[in-house]
Write a protein that binds this ligand. Structure first.
Ligand code: ZN
Length: 148
């Protein structure tokens, strides 16, 4: 059980650094990059690159439902991978954790930190960013379902 307890601080440490949505921004032309770029293709040598924290909010531009998954992902099929336009202005691809039925182009999403896959041989669990649909339920007050 020492194995489990020792993995908890690592989880939080990773969450703080690697898995936060930190990209870069060119202070010269305000372009944002994720994954981070350290060279602005527009400004070239005039570009001034800084770290940039994205809000983690975005909109679905397009998506694909994966039914035949690569090795290690078979158990979670079908799942959807979407291209998301971040509010700050760059696109990112990632897995949608919400039900496939609820996914539509134009829906709002937010970044969530979830298990990516489990390594079969050593039981290692890998974490990363995924995307969850934000339903505008609070605006309606009552949640209604169109399903029978
Ligand atoms: Zn630039």
């Amino acid at each position: 059980m020492a194995y489990v307890s020792s993995s908890v601080p690592l989880f939080w440490r990773l969450r703080k650094s690697k898995y936060r949505l930190i990209g870069t921004k060119c202070a010269t032309c305000s372009s944002v990059f994720f994954p981070p770029k350290y060279f602005c293709p527009a400004c070239r040598r005039k570009g001034k690159i800084e770290d940039f924290q994205f809000s983690g909010n975005g909109t679905i531009l397009s998506y694909t439902v994966i039914r035949a998954a690569p090795q290690g992902f078979e158990k979670i099929t079908p799942y959807a991978v979407a291209i998301i336009k971040l509010d700050e202005g760059t696109n990112i691809s990632g897995q949608i954790v919400s039900s496939i039925d609820s996914i539509k182009i134009g829906k709002r999403v937010k970044a969530v930190f979830r298990k990516m896959y489990e390594d079969g041989d050593d039981g290692l669990i890998h974490y990363g960013l995924k995307w969850e649909i934000i339903e505008p339920a609070s605006e309606q007050g009552v949640t209604t379902s169109s399903k029978p």
